[in-house]
Design a protein around this ligand. Sequence first.
Ligand code: SAM
Length: 257
Amino acid sequence: MEQFRHSHSLGQNFLTDGNLLSAIVTDAGVTAGDTVVEVGAGMGALTRRLAESGARVFAFEIDGRLAEYLRPLEEEYPNLTVIMGDFMKADMSGLFEGKYKAVANLPYYITTPVLFHFLDDDRCTGATVMVQKEVADRISAPPGGKDYGVLSVSLRLSGRAERTRTVGRQMFDPPPKVDSAVVRITKTEPIGDKEGVMKVVRAAFAMRRKTLLNCLCSAGYNKESATAAITGIGRDLSVRGERLSPEEFSALAKFLQ
Ligand code: SAM
């Protein structure tokens, strides 16, 4: 393809720096025995590095124009399968068996749903992903601050996250409007009944300026049991949801059950 017109709406900001690409694969700890899922292969820069590790790689790409770059890679690497299509609509159950690691330079318009997908999928053991710096801040935010929210709690309920590197916008072609960071999420045993806890968490953050009690009542919880649950975890009735740690949310959900 002579002149590729990048699609801004598909988040097409490609990486070209060989050292950075290798570093992402190293951060992810990908080895030959792994199965790896990549979201957004683009022109295959990261895909190629992943395939070179010897891992079994499944790379999704929504933009059909990139097929001519990606198909020849499949011939070069028999351990690579390129899936042209929307990752958000993909059914991975029939693709391969067993666990996988997710590695990607994510298209930023779907960062949050993709992260939730990996967090909720028991087959995913971890994700090493390039995200907007602002999302990396939310992921690692402690309780109480403006960045602390549903994503921060969800992550801490099913894993731990660390920022492995900060990446300036100039490292991408074309450069996006924001700086980025690579985060490595390692899944752990979930704390408590995650679905039940997340229902409470979503209610608590639905109206950030209101008290936790008001939020729970607005979400349909009975006032008496919400009051008992909040006092049961040792909190004052004026507390806002954003002050609670993931462990406190877990305890709150148990009281509300
Ligand atoms: N991996 C390449 C790299 O690092 O240079 C490209 C990364 S680029 C930030 C994100 C890629 O995701 C784009 O190629 C875009 O077309 C693709 N993409 C966007 N939405 C997608 C979706 N829903 N499913 C699969 N791929 C998608």
